[in-house]
Design a protein around this ligand. Structure first.
Ligand code: HEM
Length: 164
């Protein structure tokens, strides 16, 4: 019987896994760029400082909006376009610090970010294998959002679910 080259097989499987997971992760990264579940974060200046030329006294509340950061055309050309492929050539490694932060940043950064980035692409792949989702926004109107703790469609989102 022909001996199987397990090392070669394993290397091929790893390659395929990275390629596939890369695409799924790119879809999740892009979805969180355009519609960051956490659209703004609050911080408080612990000491007097300067930010972008502005004097910020100690105790000042500061709001940082991922919605705004993720739409900076210098960082993300054509920012309103949903383009998962922009993540496929190592964009995350080239981004300026804090230009993209769906999970926040610093010592209070989301403790579940790694878990979420495993779970969400897996869930997406599981659903996409079985169903096609066709989302329809009534009358072609732009989506309206409810700004709660996380962001969500204000009037719900109608979708047709079809088995593949
Ligand atoms: C797509 C999924 C998720 C998003 C977008 C998200 C986003 C965030 C953001 C923006 C923060 C605040 C970070 C900051 O202030 O800098 C946060 C904090 C936190 N998240 Fe998440 N999160 C997600 C999933 C999860 C999951 C799956 C868990 C737990 C298993 C989790 C647990 C936490 C906890 C405990 C904190 C508070 C951390 C602290 O204050 O020290 N998150 N998350």
């Amino acid at each position: 019987m022909k001996q199987m080259d397990f090392r070669k097989l394993r290397a091929e499987m790893v390659d395929r896994h990275i390629a596939h997971r890369g695409v799924r992760s790119a879809v999740v990264l892009e979805a969180m760029r355009v519609y960051p579940p956490s659209y703004a974060l609050g911080r408080e200046a612990v000491r007097d400082t300067e930010l972008g030329g502005y004097h910020v006294p100690r105790g000042t509340p500061i709001f940082i909006s991922q919605w705004v950061l993720h739409r900076d055309p210098e960082t993300f050309p054509d920012p309103e376009a949903f383009r998962p492929e922009r993540w496929l050539d190592g964009l995350s490694k080239r981004l300026p610090r804090c230009a993209y932060m769906p999970f926040g940043a610093g010592p209070r950064k989301c403790i579940g970010s790694i878990f979420a980035m495993i779970e969400a692409p897996l869930l997406l792949a599981t659903l996409a294998q079985r169903y096609r989702l066709r989302v329809s926004v009534e009358g072609g109107r732009p989506l309206r959002f409810l700004l709660s703790v996380t962001i969500r469609p204000r009037d719900g989102l109608r979708a047709r679910v079809e088995p593949v």
